[in-house]
Design a protein. Structure first.
Length: 308
């Protein structure tokens, strides 16, 4: 038989648990990356590595009709893709599939970088032997990015951050994105007012600068939005801020490598850009480490159930 005091004790215990502060509740990990998005990311990584290897070994055939500036920048991008982006996509997808929150938070940034660059390849480089592969990587990365973000458990991710205020990563995202938006506008507006062609687009011999289009229309507003949401402790801010920092860091690398490519080919290298972009890369990686550390990112000891 049970005593009359037992139900009251149980009720009291339940009330204490319900009223406990969120930081004291057990922390759970995000669900593993679904198999479909893992396959799409892995396929994008393999195709991207293959295309970059072909671009490096047959640069004259692939980029022979481009300006020297675009050819050097495309080769720098191929180096980054082959040595870093493709392996990073593959590893992040595997780790996210196994339930790593760090990998899950960073994977959208690597996918966004693939979308960004292969949109530029597909729309700015002359039609050639790698066109269909570039389009395939663009499509695979886009769907994998959307799918990964759609499967994020926002409430769990916010719980891992314990609702902490993270002003440094938030303001860093906002300030950096606004700086580049103003930098691009400082070129675009005078060119529009004078009625002449885009100066930067002329260096690539294309009608408009695709970097300006993608940055101002999609990517920089996305970075600013993530910063604002993170500052307001919104779950979507916690879920996307790390990916935005990964994207910013990856965009620095081809810029840093391009002067070395130009110099090796006997072209005029633009060394002046390496110092500020190098400083931005270091700052971005530092803020990324701060953000991931704030998440208390760690693997749980129990196996995470996988979704299909």
């Amino acid at each position: 038989m049970t005593t009359s005091s037992e139900p009251a004790a149980v009720s009291s215990s339940a009330n204490l648990t319900a009223s406990a502060p969120p930081a004291l509740l057990p922390l759970t990990t995000v669900a593993a990356l679904p198999r479909l998005w893992w396959w799409l990311t892995s396929a994008a990584a393999v195709l991207a590595a293959s295309a970059s290897a072909a671009g490096l070994t047959a640069a004259d055939r692939v980029y022979g009709r481009e300006t020297l500036v675009l050819s050097d920048e495309a080769t720098a991008q191929d180096i980054v893709t082959l040595l870093l982006l493709a392996p990073l996509l593959a590893l992040l997808a595997v780790w996210a599939r196994r339930g790593s929150l760090r990998a899950f938070l960073c994977l959208p940034g690597a996918l966004a970088f693939a979308v960004y660059n292969y949109a530029i390849y597909a729309l700015s480089v002359h039609f050639g032997p790698l066109f269909l592969i570039w389009v395939a990587v663009l499509g695979l990365s886009t769907f994998a990015l959307v799918g990964t973000l759609a499967t994020a458990n926002l409430s769990t991710i916010k719980q891992r951050f314990a609702g902490r205020a993270l002003p440094v990563p938030a303001w860093f995202l906002i300030v950096v994105a606004m700086f580049f938006a103003l930098l691009w506008l400082s070129e675009i507006v005078p060119d529009v007012l004078t009625g002449g062609p885009s100066r930067s687009a002329s260096k690539w011999d294309v009608p408009t600068n695709p970097v300006h289009v993608l940055d101002l229309a999609i990517f920089l507003p996305g970075v600013i939005t993530s910063g604002i949401l993170l500052r307001r402790k919104h779950p979507l801010g916690y879920a996307t801020a790390a990916g935005q920092l990964v994207w910013l860091a990856l965009t620095c690398l081809p810029i840093l490598i391009t002067p070395f490519v130009a110099n090796a080919r006997g072209h005029t290298p633009g060394w002046a850009v390496d110092v500020p972009i190098g400083a931005l890369l270091v700052a971005t990686l530092t803020v990324l480490a701060l953000l991931l550390n704030a998440a208390g990112c760690r693997r749980t000891t129990s196996r995470v159930p996988r979704t299909t």
